[in-house]
Design a protein around this ligand. Structure first.
Ligand code: FCB
Length: 462
């Protein structure tokens, strides 16, 4: 191996960045005090968050964003992903206008990024619904999609010029799975497939409306993110495990991007035999082709297996027995999955309807350790070798995919900071930067320094 083989040089202009979402980092006073979102209500309910923490302060990004923008600069990052706090920005019942103070806050954050030459990725829906919409049925109600379209238009008008990439909806299928199948997230339903599929249809409708609204005022590309997960049969000799793998993959990975590209929704058989499901199928007016770049979130794979019982459940379950090393989240570390999905699984979505290429951005990928929220001083978790290894192994696979011709334009590590990881609470720490919640001190982990070098050199040294 020559010296050059050990340096994996990424394409010129490749974007190195980090991703966050508002509820996970902001500690937004208006939202929290007023319990304005379903998530701020959910975190107040007994037993919802496994470590009993909440997001009332989280990383106080709302107050400390200037410090965090300096971190982004110090780390040589050229891209940053954040999401807008829809519940704090817009109270539809209160006149349907954006809250000026909140608009100014986001303008300051986005201008600060742009002044440092950082490209901005802005997500409009990252799992948190305004309470009024949630009470009226949330994503099961098409009125939520319409409200989302109105919200998108208002923010596009205000933030045009400060946003380089729009993401309408983050991981619709992860949301639907956790909200309607596992029940770990609001609205907390479990094994309710009809509600799950209804929400999916409304997400598609909402994406279509938001896409049009954004395009009225902004020339920035628009997409949605998909959480891509390779599904493998737990027992490769079991036809039933293969069946479960097939259905989970079709629904979780393919349903959304396929519906966007085709402009209509259809479910694999035998689901369409159900009258209620069949009613959800069909064209979604105006949806076809509304995706300007492919936004991929990738963490792990899943081993799927059939679960004995009656009635037969074609979706089976995720096996809890792992075969590979896992993170503290119990997620198997499977870097090759990133290569496979880039060069094979997502290929149909890497082109537009007219055959032109649709670029790809990795909008999330990351590794978590568990440390209790009370941890304060000391050098705990600063030498995060496992995260360094996760990062390097995934970037190697990303490089291989780019060499194979996949047009990947950027990589956003999840996350810049430790933050509030939904039902797992503050203990699950994904940050390049460690946050001590009691003091709000930020300290760079070893992984941050490694990433800083990669971003500086636009290359990974093996
Ligand atoms: C993704 C979510 C993100 C974060 C990471 C770990 O599914 O989009 O908010 O929770 O997982």
């Amino acid at each position: 191996m020559s010296k050059d083989d050990k340096i994996l040089k990424f394409p010129d202009g490749f974007l190195w960045g980090a991703a966050t979402s508002h509820f996970q980092v902001e500690g937004h006073p208006k939202e929290i005090d007023g319990t304005l979102s379903d998530w701020s209500r959910w975190t107040k309910e007994e037993g919802r968050i496994s470590d009993k923490s909440h997001a009332d302060q989280a990383c106080e990004f709302y107050f400390r964003f200037e410090e965090d923008l300096s971190l982004i600069k110090d780390l040589n990052l050229g891209a940053f992903r954040l999401s807008l706090n829809w519940p704090a920005l817009l109270d539809e019942e209160g006149g349907g206008q954006l809250d000026r103070e909140q608009v100014d806050y986001y303008k300051r954050v986005l201008s600060g990024l742009k002044e440092n030459g950082v490209k901005t990725f802005v997500t409009l829906f990252h799992f948190c619904l305004p309470e009024a919409l949630s009470r009226a049925g949330g994503w099961q109600n098409p009125a939520t999609a319409e409200a989302f379209g109105r919200f998108s238009e208002l923010v596009a008008k205000e933030l045009d010029g400060l946003v380089d990439y729009w993401i309408t909806i983050n991981e619709p299928l992860a949301y639907v799975y956790q909200g309607f199948i596992s029940g770990f997230w609001p609205p907390g339903k479990s094994h309710d497939y009809i509600s799950a599929f209804t929400a999916m249809r409304n997400f598609l409708y909402g994406h279509s409306l938001a896409y049009d609204a954004l395009k009225k005022f902004s020339s920035a590309p628009v997409s949605f993110t998909c959480h891509w997960r390779p599904f493998l049969p737990k027992n490769r000799f079991s036809p039933l495990d293969h069946m479960v793998r097939f259905y989970r993959d079709r629904i979780f990975n393919h349903l959304f991007p396929q519906a966007v590209d085709e402009g209509h929704l259809h479910f694999p058989q035998p689901l369409g035999l159900s009258r209620e499901i069949r009613q959800l199928e069909g064209e979604i007016p105006g949806l076809k082709g509304k995706c300007d770049f492919l936004a991929i979130n990738y963490y792990t794979r899943e081993l799927s297996r059939f679960k004995m019982g009656w009635p037969i459940d074609i979706f089976g379950e995720c096996s809890m027995e792992n075969e590979l090393a896992v993170s503290d989240m119990g997620w198997e570390i499977y870097p090759k999955g990133l290569y496979d999905l880039l060069v094979t699984e997502t290929l149909p979505y890497q082109k537009n309807g007219d055959g032109t290429a649709r670029p790809v951005v990795i909008t999330e990928n990351g590794y978590a350790n568990l440390f209790p929220p009370e941890m304060a001083d000391g050098d705990w978790s600063l030498s995060d070798e496992q995260r360094v290894s996760y990062l390097r192994l995934h970037l190697e696979q990303l490089y291989r995919a780019i060499k194979r011709g996949v047009d990947v334009r950027g990589y956003l590590y999840w996350s810049l900071l430790d933050n509030f990881e939904w039902a797992e609470g503050l203990s699950a720490r994904f940050g390049l930067v460690r946050v001590s919640y009691p003091t709000q001190e930020r300290l760079l982990r070893a992984s941050a320094r490694v990433y800083q070098e990669i971003a500086r050199n636009n290359a990974l040294q093996l």
